[in-house]
Design a protein around this ligand. Structure first.
Ligand code: NAP
Ligand code: HSE
Length: 437
C-alpha cells in the first residue's frame, strides 16, 4: 500500500475531535476504502493546554494556523474551526499552497463558496463540504451524484439540529427554551453563536448550499428569506396538533416557472408525513426529483461523530481522487462551473403557499362574515375555520383558519385589513402550511 496521506487540521473542537477519533478507530477500514492510510500529522487549536476529546499522540499541536496550511507534508487541510474571516483567509492560503480542503463550515461556504471554488478550480484542488449540511447525512453526495439524472423540482428539510432539538423538547416535554438550548450547547450541537441556530441563519446557510447543488445556481445566501423559531408558541403547537399538523422549522428551495423560492421558516406539516416526525437532533431532507419522485434522507444533524463521519467520508473521496485530473472530478456545485444558471430568486411576496392563522376577535355577531369577506376580496380561499373557546383573560375568542395556497402578497394585504377591524384584539399569528406533495 502507498504511504499514508498526511492531513492538517484547523480546529480540534467538537467536529475536529469527532473526525480524529473516527480516523483513529476505523483506520484499517478507511485505508481499505481509500487505498492508503490517512493520518492527522498536525493540528491547530487556540488553547494548547485544553484537554482534547481525541488521542493527540502522533500529532504536532500548534496555535499557529499558518503552520498547518503551509506544511509541505500536508496534502489535505481540514477546516473545522468555524467563523468566516480567519477561515476564509486560511482556506485560500491552503489552496494557494496546493492543498485540498475539507470543511464543515456552512457559513464559510454560503458566504464565500463562489470565490473559494473558483480559486480551487484555478489551482486544480478539491474543496469538499458534505459535513456543512445536515451533519452526518450524505445529502450533498446524494444530490450531486445519486440524483444526477434528475431535474430537481423542490427540496425541503429540517436542517438545524439545535432548533429541532429545542422545539421537540419544548413541545413534547414542556421544557424551557433556555434550559434546552444550554443542553444543546453542552452536547456540542449549537453554533459558537447560538443565535445562528435560533434565528434560522444556520439553516439559511445550509439551504443556500443545497439550492446551489440541486439547481446549479451560484451560492446566494443574501436572497434566502429567513425566520427563526423564537415566534413559535405552545398554543399554536397545540392547535396545529388538534388539526393533524406538527410545526417544524423548514428550509425550502423550489423551482417555479417564475423563479426560485429560497425560504427558511416554521411551517405546519401534516402529521402523516415522515418529516413531521423528525425529532430531537435528527435532520431530514425530502427531495422531489422528476425521474425518481420523492426521496427522504434522514439522520443525525449535529454532534461530534455524526459530523465527523461526513468529514472523513469527504477525506476518503479526496484521497481516492488525488491522482485524477481536476477536470475529471465531480464539480463542486454539481454542475459545471461555466453552466450555472441565473434563474432569479423570488421575494417572499411572490411565494405561493397555504397558511395557518390565529386571529383573536371579540365574540360578536357578524365577525366571521367580516373576516371571510376580506379574504374573498384578496382571492384567498379558506380550507377550514374553527372558533375556539373564549379566552376569559383577554375577553376575546381565538379563530383558527387554514387557507388554500395563495400568493403571500395577497395574504399580507388581507391580514393588514383584518387587523384594522375594531373587533380584532391583537396581531394575527401567521404560520405557513406545507403539504410537501
Ligand atoms: P468548536 O467545538 O468550537 O471547535 C472549534 C475549534 O477550532 C477549537 O478546537 C478551537 O480551539 C479552534 N479554533 C477556533 N478558532 C481558532 C483560531 N483562530 N485559531 C486556532 N484554532 C481555532 O466548533 P465545532 O462545533 O467543532 O464547529 C466547527 C465547525 O463545524 C463550524 O464551522 C461549525 O459550524 C461546523 N459544524 C459543527 C457541527 C456540530 O455539530 N458542532 C456540525 C456541522 C458543522 P480551542 O479548542 O483551543 O478553543
Ligand atoms: N449548529 C448546527 C445544528 C450544527 O444544530 O444543526 C450542525 O450543522
Amino acid at each position: 500500500m502507498l504511504e499514508a496521506v498526511k492531513v492538517g487540521v484547523l480546529g480540534l473542537g467538537t467536529v475536529g475531535s469527532g473526525a480524529a477519533s473516527i480516523l483513529q478507530r476505523n483506520a484499517d477500514e478507511i485505508a481499505r476504502r481509500a487505498g492508503r492510510g490517512i493520518c492527522i500529522s498536525i493540528a491547530c487549536v487556540r488553547d494548547l493546554k485544553k484537554q482534547r476529546d481525541c488521542d493527540i499522540a502522533g500529532m504536532t499541536l500548534t496555535a499557529d494556523p499558518e503552520k498547518v496550511v503551509s506544511d509541505p507534508d500536508v496534502k489535505i487541510v481540514l477546516e473545522l474551526m468555524g467563523g468566516t474571516d480567519d477561515a476564509l483567509k486560511l482556506v485560500l492560503m491552503a489552496i494557494d499552497h496546493g492543498k485540498h480542503v475539507v470543511t464543515a463550515n456552512k457559513a464559510l461556504i454560503a458566504f464565500h463558496g463562489n470565490e473559494i471554488f473558483q480559486r480551487a478550480q484555478d489551482k486544480g484542488v478539491a474543496v469538499a463540504f458534505e459535513a456543512a449540511v445536515a451533519g452526518g447525512i450524505p445529502i450533498i453526495k446524494a444530490l450531486r451524484e445519486g440524483l444526477a439524472a434528475n431535474a430537481i423540482l423542490w427540496l425541503a428539510g429540517v436542517i438545524n439540529g439545535t432548533g429541532n432539538f429545542i422545539l421537540t423538547e419544548m413541545c413534547d416535554k414542556g421544557r424551557d427554551f433556555d434550559e434546552v438550548l444550554k443542553e444543546a450547547q453542552r452536547l456540542g450541537y449549537a453554533e459558537a453563536d447560538p443565535s445562528f441556530d435560533i434565528q434560522g441563519t444556520d439553516a439559511a446557510h445550509k439551504l443556500t448550499i443545497l439550492a446551489s447543488v440541486a439547481f446549479g445556481v451560484p451560492l446566494q445566501f443574501e436572497k434566502v428569506h429567513t425566520e427563526g423559531i423564537t415566534g413559535i408558541s405552545g398554543i399554536d403547537v397545540a392547535y396545529a396538533s388538534e388539526l393533524g399538523y406538527r410545526i417544524k422549522h423548514l428550509g425550502i428551495a423550489r423551482r417555479t416557472d417564475s423563479g426560485l423560492e429560497l425560504r427558511v421558516h416554521p411551517a405546519l406539516i401534516p402529521c402523516s408525513r415522515l418529516i413531521a416526525n423528525v425529532d430531537g437532533v435528527m435532520n431530514a431532507v425530502i427531495v422531489k426529483a422528476d425521474a425518481l419522485g420523492q426521496s427522504l434522507y434522514y439522520g443525525p444533524g449535529a454532534g461530534a461523530e455524526p459530523t465527523g463521519s461526513a468529514v472523513v467520508a469527504d477525506l476518503v473521496d479526496v484521497v481516492r481522487a488525488l491522482t485524477t485530473d481536476p477536470e475529471n472530478r465531480v464539480p463542486h456545485l454539481a454542475f459545471q462551473p461555466d453552466s450555472l444558471s441565473d434563474i432569479p430568486v423570488l421575494s417572499i411576496d411572490e411565494v405561493y403557499t397555504a397558511y395557518y392563522l390565529r386571529i383573536h376577535v371579540l365574540d360578536r355577531p357578524g365577525v366571521l362574515a367580516d373576516v371571510t369577506r376580506i379574504f374573498a376580496a384578496h382571492k384567498i380561499s379558506i380550507e377550514a375555520i374553527i372558533q375556539k373557546e373564549q379566552d376569559a383573560r383577554a375577553a376575546s375568542v381565538p379563530i383558527i383558519i387554514l387557507t388554500h395556497r395563495v400568493n403571500e402578497k395577497n395574504m399580507k394585504g388581507a391580514i393588514a385589513e383584518i387587523e384594522e377591524l375594531d373587533v380584532v384584539t391583537s396581531r394575527i399569528t401567521l404560520i405557513r402550511l406545507e403539504t410537501l406533495i
